[in-house]
Design a protein. Structure first.
Length: 181
């Protein structure tokens, strides 16, 4: 890849071609709307072009970090969380969760429910490592923190996810007792 001083249209085209599909999938997993995901991806590449001198050699984690910041700005502006990812999304998980097809769907629902109960920070580190398949070092770049901080965040997020998945209160919620007049 070219040095920051030599980053021209051909450099940008190679980065765009290499990472466009990854960024669209990143957006789809967070927005559940293809059009919004494509728009997010376009905004990421506008930032990448403007700040091309700052883009590291291994650019994908940096691009994920830009996407993360753009999404945060979007959510703050709308004061709403993104819509849930539909279960028929073909790229929802890179690998089946359980043994059979039914187990996979059940596991996906359980995982999605459990993830929804975590904080945004916990979900983000788990998504970057699990779905985007970044290394801890790459996730640290996307999160703008040290590798050690990312590793600690991942460890804690996994512990909290395991606790939520194991909690019996999540599986069966008792209904309130009937009120008699």
């Amino acid at each position: 890849m070219k040095s920051p001083g030599e980053r021209d249209e051909s450099w940008f085209a190679s980065v765009y071609t290499a990472h466009y599909p990854d960024l669209v999938r990143y957006g789809l997993r967070r927005l559940a709307d293809r059009e919004a995901s494509v728009e997010l991806t376009q905004e990421v590449f506008v930032v990448a072009w403007r700040r091309r001198a700052e883009v590291p050699e291994h650019s994908l984690p940096w691009l994920y970090g830009v996407a993360r910041h753009l999404l945060a700005n979007h959510w703050r502006g709308r004061r709403a969380n993104p819509a849930a990812l539909p279960l028929d999304e073909p790229d929802a998980l890179p690998h089946p969760v359980g043994g059979g097809e039914l187990d996979s769907v059940s596991g996906l629902i359980d995982l999605r429910t459990a993830l929804a109960m975590l904080t945004d920070a916990d979900r983000e580190i788990l998504w970057l490592i699990g779905w985007e398949q970044l290394s801890v070092s790459e996730a640290a770049v996307a999160l703008h923190c040290s590798r050690t901080a990312a590793a600690v965040r991942l460890h804690r997020a996994r512990k909290r996810l395991a606790a939520v998945m194991a909690a019996p209160s999540r599986a069966v919620r008792p209904s309130p007792a009937p009120v008699r007049p």
